[in-house]
Each structure stands twice: as structure tokens, then as C-alpha cells.
Ligand binder design. Sequence first.
Ligand code: B12
Ligand code: SF4
Ligand code: SF4
Length: 364
Amino acid sequence: MLLSEIARKQIEQFATAHGFHSVGFVPCENAETFPEFCDWLDRGYAASMGYLEKRKDAYRNPAGVLPECRTAVLLTLPYQGHPGTKSVIKQGRKRDLPVQSEPTIGSYAAAAEDYHIWIRRKLKPLVRELHAMFPQCQTRAVVDTAPLLERHYAHRAGLGWIGKNTMLLNRQIGSYFFLCAILTQADLAGEVVRQATSHCGTCTACLDACPTGAFVSPYVLDANRCISYWTIEHQGQVPESVRPLLGPWIFGCDICQMVCPWNQPTHETTSEEIKPFAVEQKSDCSHWLSLDQESFERLYRNTPFWRTGLLRMQRNALIVAANLRVPTAYPWIQQFTNHPIQDLQELARWALEQYRDATNQESH
Ligand code: B12
Ligand code: SF4
Ligand code: SF4
């Protein structure tokens, strides 16, 4: 057996033993969808995520991340997704729509630790093992932050198809999974390219359900209109016209996945790291509004909320509390009218107006 075949077998065994669902190998060639990526950037669909434009050229080929890279090994790690859809008749057709009337967070953020951290930790022994087998070759684990078109290469590696909601989808586990990669200068891929075919068919459930109309067309998402972007990535104030669109989402958004038939029912996860942790607290506007910087650092260092930071989480919580008129949040919002940060003060006054408008409407 060739050394590359032994390495492939070892990686597959490792992946299965460590809670990964699937693994695929692809030679490091230029991404055929690189022009689509450039077009997406040129149209301004990345909103303020300047880090994508800054490293644009590096996305063309995995060698932009690891020079002389020969193989990309792509892996999927499922997590417990948001259930909560109900069947309704919309425009004469049966549709599954989200029933989310309570404040909530994207399900990928439900675990106790940020996935970038624990997936990297999980991959370390595998990287070491590959290095021992191919000492002359460099090998690197990549989770999300490197300039790699992860969905493109995962599709090429046969791990699923790119859905109309732009998510990578897999017949067995739907789309509620993380992607990660191992890039290596060793030649492991051989001829194994198993690009999966699409199973979206005539379905358009995700496109119809997106509450903000973020899909410019199937497969193209404009981040300027995506709740996930506004709540996680956007810095500074949220324009008044956008605030009601965030609905119940304090952090992230799962709607275009919740309605997808390939996520029904949601996949059970076995990995300890992904077990939902203190989700009620994270979905509670008053909890976020009551935190000071010290308690935020104690509770949320090394979690997905860390990069977004306390002030932006409080910004989101004020908006969601106002959207849903959460009664318990009212006294906290009153306190925010004296907040030292001008934007939060303004937001709190706006939030109180929404409560008042709702009360006035009820009394008429
Ligand atoms: C920037 C980013 C975002 C942005 C923009 C999302 C977007 N759709 O572009 C925002 C902040 C909005 C976002 C949101 C979310 N994200 Co995000 N995000 C990324 C990141 C860092 C880069 C994605 C990117 O390059 N976008 C630019 C577009 C052009 O690229 P693309 O979406 O990959 O599209 C490719 C294909 O669609 C193809 N293509 C283009 N046209 C066409 C046409 C056809 C017909 C076909 C078939 C293909 C095709 O070409 C494109 C380039 O290769 C990746 C990690 C990574 N390094 O890849 C994570 C990643 C995509 N995100 C992820 C997750 C989990 C989310 C959220 C679910 C989080 C949440 N709950 O809020 C949402 C989902 C929203 C959605 N529907 O995509 C996962 C997705 C896993 C999966 N199963 O697909 C990733 C892979 C992170 C990870 N390592 O696990 N994200
Ligand atoms: S994550 Fe939410 S807002 Fe963004 S495209 Fe999907 S449904 Fe629309
Ligand atoms: S909801 Fe339908 S169109 Fe959208 S990704 Fe899922 S199967 Fe494809």
C-alpha cells in the first residue's frame, strides 16, 4: 500500500473516532468559483468585512495559505441545529416556516467554547501524525479564519453540495455542521475527486423564508441584508430601518437552515464540545443588558461572543428586546438611556419608544 493511501486511511479513522462526520481529499488547484468570489466582493456584498477583500488573491488557491500545498483535506463536524419550524400554507404551497417568537441565538454559538479553538485543538494530533509520516512536508490546520474558499473545496472533495442558501449541504446531516481543513504539501489526494450533485431541485424554501431578502438570487447572499452579518460582524450603530428585521436574533441567524427539508429532522450530535451550554442565558436580553465588562470577560472569553464583544451584544439585545417587547428587559433599557456610549443611549430611547407604540396600539 502506498504511503499516501495509509495516510488517507489514518485520517479517515481519526476523523471517525473524533466525532467528524465526513472527510474528503482534493488536489490543490485554483478554485473554479474564484471569479464568483471576486464578483461578490466587487458588488459590495461583503459589506464591511474588509478582511475578505484584503486577502482576495490568497483565496484563488490553497497555496495562498500554505505555499506549495498539494492536498486539501476537508472535514465536517455536525452540531445540534435549531428545530422549530411549522408547516403552513403560503402562496398556495405547503411550507415549513420558523416559529421563533422568543429571543434566540444561532445554534452554532450554543456550545460552551468557540469552535475555532476546540476544532484546532482536535486537529493538532492529526497534523502531528501527518508531519511524522511526511517530515519533509509542511501541514497546517485551517478553521474558518484563513483565506480558503472552504465550501468550494468541501464541495469538490465530495462532502456535499452548495445549496441555494449558499450553505454546504450533506444528504445525511443537512447543513448544521462546521467545516475545517488540513492543508498539506504531501500528495494525498491522488485521483479522488468526488464532487457531489445538488439535491435542491425546485425547492426555494430558504429564499422565500429569509426575512430580510438577503438572497440577491439563488446561491448569492448580500451580507448587507443578512441578520447574521448585522448581529455578529457589523461594528457601530444598526440603522433604524434594519432594527425590526433582526426580529428575535441576538446573535447569528438560522432561518435559511431551519426551513431546509434536508435539516428535518435535525441531526443529533455526539461530540461533547458541541453540546448546547447555558443557551437560555445566552438567549435572554436581560442577561446581556445586566453584564459589566468584568463578568463578560469571565463568562465569554473563548466563546463565539468574544470577538463581537459586550457592547455589540448589548446593542443586539436592546434591539431584540424592543422588537419583541420583552417585559423583563424594560428596566434595563431604562438604565441604558444614561449609558456613557452615545449609540447605546440612542438605541435605548428608540427601544422604549417601541414599547410605548405597542402599548398605544393595544389601547386603541
Ligand atoms: C464571510 C462568511 C460569512 C458572511 C457571508 C456569508 C456568505 N454566504 O457568503 C456572513 C457573516 C453573512 C456569514 C453567515 C453565516 N455563516 Co459564515 N462564513 C463566512 C466565511 C468566513 C467566508 C465565506 C465566503 O467566502 N463568502 C463569499 C461567498 C462568495 O463565498 P461562498 O459563500 O463560500 O460561495 C461560494 C459558492 O457559493 C460558489 N458559488 C458562487 N456562485 C455559485 C452559483 C452556483 C450555481 C453554485 C453551485 C455555486 C456558486 O462560489 C463561491 C466562492 O467559492 C466562511 C468560512 C470560509 N473561509 O469559507 C464562513 C462559513 C461559510 N459560515 C458558516 C456558518 C455556520 C454561518 C452561519 C450559519 C452562522 C449563523 N448561524 O449565523 C451564517 C449562514 C448564512 C448563509 N446563508 O451563508 C460555515 C458554513 C458551514 C456550511 N455548512 O456551509 C462556514 C464555512 C464557517 C465554518 N468553517 O464552518 N458567514
Ligand atoms: S442567515 Fe438569516 S438573514 Fe441571513 S440569509 Fe439566512 S435567513 Fe436570511
Ligand atoms: S431550502 Fe431548499 S433550496 Fe434552500 S438549500 Fe435547502 S433544499 Fe436547497
